[in-house]
Design a protein around this ligand. Structure first.
Ligand code: BES
Ligand code: ZN
Ligand code: ZN
Length: 411
């Protein structure tokens, strides 16, 4: 797909049998080919005045030998194409720069999705957040002219006794670091700091489109982190939705601060059977696992194994990391309940996870730190999958949707 960019070809034909061998059966090969065609061909063209043409149609030839498997292949392609439409939709939102993709704009996208698919969508604005006691979102969003939002989407699942899975996403529309401001180089990439929330949108869309069995509650914690006269500051103590307090030591550790409200809210209001959060949470994740792999921290082995199995199937790499009492001890605060930074360069991905765990409590929980794989940039990063061009990847949409497809609806 990439080599055909800018060439005259508008359609391409692929002989499926070429890609079938050993452990790769026809349906699996067809899914992978769909990934390659759609994702390899994807480019974000909204701001290009004269975009180059590319392939518009790919045809898969099954051949006689695959006759018996034709039905399975057709089903796999239909399912994967529907899922990839959700991935492309999510990428188109995640690639929008922060002047356009404000917290309210993400709310508009959620409302439009709700209307299209008949899902219940609730948006809490800054006045409602104040009434609810969501001090984390209000603190982080306080420095921006674009006020914070918490956005809830509900897919009811199949059957009355559907298992409930909460998916919570970090939606920082731009992360300057705030008063603890980041250095200028690479700061532009922080338009992608909303990738967890946008992946959550994509997952809800996919769950509803593919009609997965479990009920899915999507929660987007959206704010813009900027320095200003009304910005939150190091030393502030913030009271969050569930009453726990956060001592702010570094305003650049803002993701965990907004997630505290979203996690506390969904656990209290929906009593989910399990919680999965997605967040471009720490630079430490990128140092530990690189540009291609997401960090998984989980308090529940069944949930972790399910996500790792889904990851192996979709090819979105994930690696599990430990969470111990050492990390839990490090996030305790002298002043409040927890502190948002430990001020020493030790296990940054895991102390962030220990912080989040405080707001989840005993509910089975998995945290996906996607700071590495959420976006690619050939100028600043070393790894880029061959089927990925510059920009947002919507990492997590295929993986979490596959996980949701695999679990039953009964709790
Ligand atoms: N959004 C960043 C993490 C990030 C870094 C995402 C690189 C994608 C690429 C996050 O809000 C952040 O700044 N984290 C700090 C936390 C620290 C101050 C405790 C970090 O990781 O340095
Ligand atoms: Zn930050
Ligand atoms: Zn951030």
């Amino acid at each position: 797909m990439k080599s055909l960019k800018g060439k005259a070809a508008r359609s391409v034909a692929v002989r499926l049998a070429t890609f079938v061998s050993g452990g790769v059966d026809a349906a699996k090969a067809a899914r992978a080919l769909a990934d390659g065609v759609v994702l390899g061909g994807y480019e974000f063209l909204r701001y290009k005045s004269a975009p180059e043409g590319g392939v518009e149609r790919a045809t898969l030839h099954l051949g006689d030998a695959l006759g018996r498997q034709a039905a399975a292949v057709r089903k796999a392609v239909a399912n994967q194409t529907a899922l990839l439409e959700c991935v492309v939709w999510a990428r188109n939102i995640a690639n929008l720069p922060a002047d356009t993709a404000t917290p309210e704009r993400l709310a508009e996208e959620a409302r439009a999705l709700g209307k299209e698919l008949g899902l219940k969508v609730t948006v809490f604005d800054e006045a409602k957040l104040a009434e609810m006691g969501c001090g984390g979102l209000l603190a982080v969003g306080g420095g921006s002219a674009h006020p914070p939002r918490m956005i809830i989407l509900e897919y009811p699942g199949r059957g009355r006794k559907a298992r409930t899975v909460a998916v919570v996403g970090k939606g920082i529309t731009f992360d300057s670091g705030g008063i603890s401001i980041k250095p200028a180089p690479r700061m532009a990439e922080m338009k992608f700091d909303k990738s967890g929330a946008v992946a959550t949108l994509g997952i809800v869309r996919a769950a509803a489109t593919l009609k997965v069995a479990p009920r899915v509650i999507g929660v987007l914690c959206c704010a813009e982190n900027l320095p200003s006269g009304s910005a939150y500051r190091p030393g502030d103590v913030v009271r969050t939705y569930n009453g726990k307090t956060i001592e702010v030591l570094n305003t650049d550790a803002e993701g965990r601060v907004v997630l505290s409200d979203g996690l506390g809210y969904v656990v209290k209001q929906y009593s989910p059977d399990e919680v999965i959060d997605l967040a471009t949470l720490t630079g430490a994740e990128v140092i530990a696992l690189g540009d291609d792999t997401g960090g998984l921290v989980s308090t529940d082995n069944r949930l972790a194994q399910g996500l790792l199995a889904a990851s192996a199937e979709t090819g979105e790499p994930l690696w599990r990391m430990p969470l111990t009492d050492f990390h839990r001890e490090l996030v305790k605060s002298e002043v409040g309940d927890v502190r948002n930074s430990i001020e020493i360069p030790v296990a940054g991905m895991l102390t962030a996870a220990a912080f989040l765990e405080t707001f989840v409590g005993a509910t089975p929980w998995a945290h996906l730190d996607i700071a590495g794989p959420a976006y690619t940039n050939p100028l600043t990063r070393r790894y880029q999958p061959p089927y990925q061009n510059y920009g947002a990847t919507a990492f997590g949409v295929r993986l979490v949707t596959r996980y949701l497809e695999g679990i039953g609806g009964r709790s």
